[in-house]
Write a protein that binds this ligand. Structure first.
Ligand SMILES: [Zn+2]
Length: 94
């Protein structure tokens, strides 16, 4: 049994044959996925895949919902949050 840290499913396993005929397991980190918009699923720009390799100010977009929503969905979200409460007060039918 391998040590507990290597039993994680976040690690990728690769079976290698050694010159001596044994089969050993090599463990490597899985590559992180491309960040997508939570609303429409579009690929987010300005958020690199490298993560911790990039300096912290380059890891995300510095605006409300940055790194979660794309720019188009952010615009819609802010508009709806600002306009819908006002409509709800004036118009009772909708
Ligand atoms: Zn979006």
């Amino acid at each position: 049994m391998v040590r507990p840290a290597l039993r994680s499913t976040t690690l990728k396993k690769k079976y290698k044959a050694t010159p001596g005929g044994k089969v050993v397991t090599h463990y490597s980190r899985k590559k992180a996925g491309i960040p997508h918009c939570a609303e429409c699923g579009a690929i987010l720009s300005g958020v690199p895949r490298e993560g911790a390799k990039v300096r912290s100010t380059r890891r995300n977009v510095h605006r409300p919902y940055g790194g979660k929503l794309c720019s188009r969905c952010t615009r819609e979200m802010i508009k709806n949050n600002a306009v819908l409460p006002l409509r709800g007060d004036t118009d009772a039918s909708n």
